[in-house]
Structures are given as C-alpha cells and as structure tokens.
Design a protein around this ligand. Structure first.
Ligand code: SF4
Ligand code: SF4
Length: 266
C-alpha cells in the first residue's frame, strides 16, 4: 500500500512525538496510531466485526481479583496514580451494584450476594457512542471493529466527551500525569496535562494477537470476543446466561455485558 506525502508527514510527526522510530510507526500506525486500518498489519492481529466483553463478577472472589485486573491495565497503559479522588485518572475500576445499574429495578428479595457485589467498570465501547458525536476535533472516534478510541494528540481538552458519556468512563488530566506513573511502560505513550483519556480496549495488544490485559488477568471473569460472531465464546455466554448492559434505556448500545445469573445467595 502506498503512503502519500500528507500521510507520511502525519505519521512522521506522530513518530517524533512518541519518540518512536518511523519504521515502527509505519508498521501499523495511522491517525495517531489508532485506526483499525493498518498500512502493514501484523499477521497475528485479532480481528472482529464488533469487539465486546462479557464480565462475570461471580468469578471475582476477592479484592485481589479485582485489583489484579485494574493493575494489569493501569500499569501497561501508564495510568497515573495521583492518590486522591479529585484528580483520579482511571481506565477500569470497580463500583457497587447500585452505581453500576442505577436504573435497574431491584426488589427487596433480590439475590443478596449480587446486590453486595462490586462490578468492574470501563468504557462500554458503545455502538452508538455519545462521546463521539460531541467531540469537535474527532479526537474520539469509533473504529470499524467497534473500538471507541481516544487520540490524545487531537484532544483539545474541552471535555464535551466527558459531559456526554453517561458512564463516567473518561478521565481528564487536571495535573501532569507523568510524575505520577509508578513504573513507565516505554512501549506505550504517556499523556499530558489537559487531555482526556480512557480504556482503548487494548488496541495495541489486539494488533499483536494478544487479548486485552484485564481479560488476561481476570482468570476467566472477563471474556473478550466478537459480538457479531455467534460462535464466539462471548456470544455463547450471552445466549446461555442472563446478562445485562448498563443504562440500556439511553440507547448508546454498550458492548460490555454483565452476567447476572448464577449468583447464589450467601
Ligand atoms: S462508555 Fe462513554 S466513553 Fe465509552 S463509548 Fe460509551 S459514551 Fe463513549
Ligand atoms: S480492555 Fe485494555 S485498556 Fe480497556 S480496561 Fe481492559 S486492560 Fe484496560
């Protein structure tokens, strides 16, 4: 595939910003390295029509099980730890049933274990993403495989996307994140003060044939798969168990499903 001059200058500029060699960047990066279309795709790359997760929190038994998933993500993606909720930057986190499903009708007879469970939350990679519609610079956009991306180089920090997202899935860098990264992963870009960031479904791992880091660390609690493929493991679980999505009434069509059945009363 040929690369025209404009594409080359753009890629070369990104290469400089990221501090990466031009060849590395050319080998699959376009539009800040985030588009599904690769100039020279890695043959190991995983592909799908619409990526999604099925999360079964009944398989997350202890605090450490949740933390392992969160750490797996935040460590490889250079997510800073500011140590206070006001400046918090998060790509994946846990929250209560009530906060996860605030509009779900619950009864006094509802399963006690489920009601007291924490849920792992992240960007829903919505099929109709409200964040994408409002971004004035197309810094956030949806790829052909359903992943909703965030291009930090295009973000002007207006935070329209944060206001539009009904799931609190986006974080703003109110402070310089770089000094607050525990151990920097040199293979993943760091961000700067004044930009928004969020989960990107581990696009960089999928491009190398690897599953998302949180799914890999979850001991089977998170199943990653193609929602459009009836033979994918994710679809089989959705077909065989009772699953729910967050705030379905808003019409954003989340791609994260939560298994609700199978929780036994304590
Ligand atoms: S969860 Fe929020 S940030 Fe993620 S795609 Fe949906 S609207 Fe956008
Ligand atoms: S899919 Fe990747 S980026 Fe998203 S929460 Fe999981 S580990 Fe983090």
């Amino acid at each position: 595939m040929s690369v025209n001059r404009r594409q080359f200058l753009k890629i070369a500029g990104v290469s400089t910003v990221l501090g990466l060699g031009g060849a590395t960047v050319l080998n699959g990066l376009k539009r800040g390295g985030l588009e599904a279309t690769q100039l020279s795709p890695d043959p190991r790359a995983l592909t799908a029509k619409r990526w999604g997760f099925v999360v079964d929190v009944s398989k997350l038994k202890t605090e450490a099980d949740y933390q392992r998933c969160i750490d797996a993500c935040h460590n490889i993606h250079n997510v800073p730890d500011h140590g206070n909720p006001k400046d918090e930057v998060k790509w994946i986190w846990k929250d209560t049933y009530e906060h996860t499903f605030p509009t779900t009708t619950e009864s006094e007879f509802m399963n006690k274990e489920l009601k007291e469970k924490n849920f792992l939350l992240l960007c829903n990679h919505c099929d109709e993403p409200a964040c994408v519609r409002v971004c004035p610079t197309q810094a956030t956009f949806k790829r052909k495989d359903g992943i909703v991306m965030q291009d930090m180089h295009r973000c002007i920090g207006c935070r329209f996307c944060m206001a539009a997202c009904p799931f609190g899935a986006r974080s703003f860098n109110y402070r310089d994140p770089r000094p607050k990264i525990k151990i920097e992963n040199k293979e993943f870009p760091t961000r700067m003060i004044g930009v928004v960031e969020k989960c990107t479904f581990c696009y960089e791992r999928i491009a190398k044939g690897l599953p998302p880091a949180c799914a890999e660390a979850s001991n089977g609690a998170i199943v990653f798969g193609d929602l459009e493929d009836p033979n994918s493991e994710a679809r089989k679980i959705i077909a065989s168990k009772f699953t729910v999505r967050r705030k379905p009434e808003l019409g954003t069509q989340p791609s994260i499903y939560y298994v609700i059945g199978g929780h036994e009363n304590a």
